[in-house]
Design a protein around this ligand. Structure first.
Ligand code: GDP
Length: 424
């Protein structure tokens, strides 16, 4: 059983948000597929195991069935843990949506490349704004007739009032959509019609007929980054071209600072077709590159159980007292009742007692599971910044806090958020 702590710089807790039909399910399935394949390859160095998993998953189809699914994605030789939190994002503010948004640190917003920004996309965008969620965009369905990446980018600007950073350009359109130009790397990423699910793309030179357009958009990208980042602005004023690493770092800073609400949301925009498996792998790279780690979130605020006015802040560290939020209760066909929790600070260990600080009652932590798309993994302890499912909680309902008995905190006040009462 895994007992070591995660390096939080390699953790991403994300949601995938979209209006109905934009392709959230398809994109999520592809993400789980690619991460499953790559993780297996990395783990067992054995083609047979990978094939087993592919055959098995192709048969069953991979669907996100869990309130939080853990997957792994390597970038530049480093394995990253991505917890995907299921967000029923297209629904307006319900207590459940709000809670799922609360426990994630960043999001991918998926748009339909044909329909562009729809009223429902505005709903999910405002939700992310309200919770200060940094986000990247994925313009999906570029293989479809009538798809228009640039129109969608304009709509992100006009309808959502955001500053889109065009990170990629499409190569080919509709049925002829072949891949994307990566404007940071100045390279074309292409998938041939024969590219099978699970295979990586080819990185090639930018096609001659698109070189001019790529130069124009790369210049625009660098200018937009410079406008929002002092370091790149200095280089820009000196007439020095920023390096790939400098651009990655600057775009990360800009994305993390863009949390909506009072600030204008500056958001990197990617594109592809999840259905045809083109564009999802670079999107995963972008999740790791630009979305926050739990350490980027400085601390979570709660209040003392004794005094609702007394603000208590818990930092994302295992050295702090335990504070964890139960955000979803699910019934697993094999395990029974599972409580999904996000640990904000401290450590939670299987078999120990903690306090439900809302009810003022002790709870015994049963088995702890990390839920993957194709398996569940029992772990002995879970630390700050992570998201897992716990068995055996008898009293705890969603929205309640588990905390250290001697250092109590309540993360969600009783009137937060106001429950939606439907009147018949
Ligand atoms: P959700 O409602 O946002 O979860 O959307 P789904 O993932 O269920 O997709 C809605 C429909 O669009 C389904 O019929 C998908 O097969 C289809 N779809 C999703 N992504 C793409 C894409 O990239 N290209 C095409 N042509 N169809 C897609």
């Amino acid at each position: 059983m895994a007992t070591t702590s995660l390096d939080l710089t390699t953790v991403r807790n994300i949601g995938i948000m979209a209006h109905i039909d934009a392709g959230k399910t398809t994109t999520t399935e592809r993400i789980l597929y690619y991460t499953g394949v790559s993780y297996k390859i990395g783990e067992v160095h054995d083609g047979a195991a990978t094939m087993d998993w592919m055959a098995q998953e192709q048969e069953r189809g991979i669907t996100i069935t869990s309130a939080a699914t853990t997957c792994h994605w390597p970038l530049e030789g480093v394995d990253h843990t991505i917890n995907i939190i299921d967000t029923p994002g297209h629904v307006d503010f319900t207590i459940e949506v709000e809670r799922s948004l609360r426990v994630l640190d960043g999001a991918v917003t998926v748009f339909d490349g044909v329909a562009g920004v729809e009223p429902q996309s505005e709903t999910v965008w405002r939700q992310a704004d309200r919770y200060g969620v940094p986000r990247i965009c994925f313009v999906n369905k570029l293989d479809r007739t009538g798809a228009d990446f640039f129109r969608c980018v304009d709509m992100i600007e006009e309808r959502l009032g955001a500053v889109p950073l065009v990170m990629q350009l499409p190569i080919g359109a509709e049925a002829g959509f072949q891949g994307v130009i990566d404007l940071v790397r100045n390279k074309a990423l292409v998938w041939s019609e024969e590219t099978k699910l699970g295979e990586m793309y080819d990185t090639v030179d930018i096609p001659a007929d698109l070189v001019e357009q790529a130069e124009e958009y790369r210049a625009k990208l660098i200018e937009a980054v410079a406008e929002n980042d002092e370091e790149v602005m200095e280089l820009y004023l000196e007439g020095t071209e920023p390096t790939e690493e400098q651009l990655y770092a600057a775009i990360r800073r800009i994305t993390l600072a863009s949390t909506g609400g009072e600030t204008t949301t500056v958001t990197p925009v990617f594109c592809g077709t999840a259905f045809k498996n083109k564009g999802v792998q670079p999107l995963l790279d972008a999740v790791v590159r630009y979305l926050p780690t739990p350490l980027d979130v400085e601390g979570v605020e709660g209040h003392s159980p004794k005094d609702p006015e007394e603000v208590v802040v818990r930092k994302p560290s295992e050295d702090e007292p335990l504070a964890a939020l139960a955000f979803k209760i699910a019934s697993d066909p094999h395990l029974g009742k599972l409580t999904f929790i996000r640990v904000y600070s401290g450590v939670l260990t299987a078999g120990t007692q903690v306090l439900n600080s809302v009810k003022g009652r002790k709870e015994r932590i049963g088995k702890i599971y990390r839920m993957h798309a194709n398996k569940r993994e029992e772990i002995e302890r879970v630390g700050a910044g992570d998201i897992v499912a716990v068995m055996g909680l008898k009293q705890t309902t969603t929205g309640e806090t588990l905390s250290d008995a001697t250092h109590q905190v309540i993360l969600e006040s009783m009137d937060f958020p106001a429950p939606v009462i439907e009147v018949a």
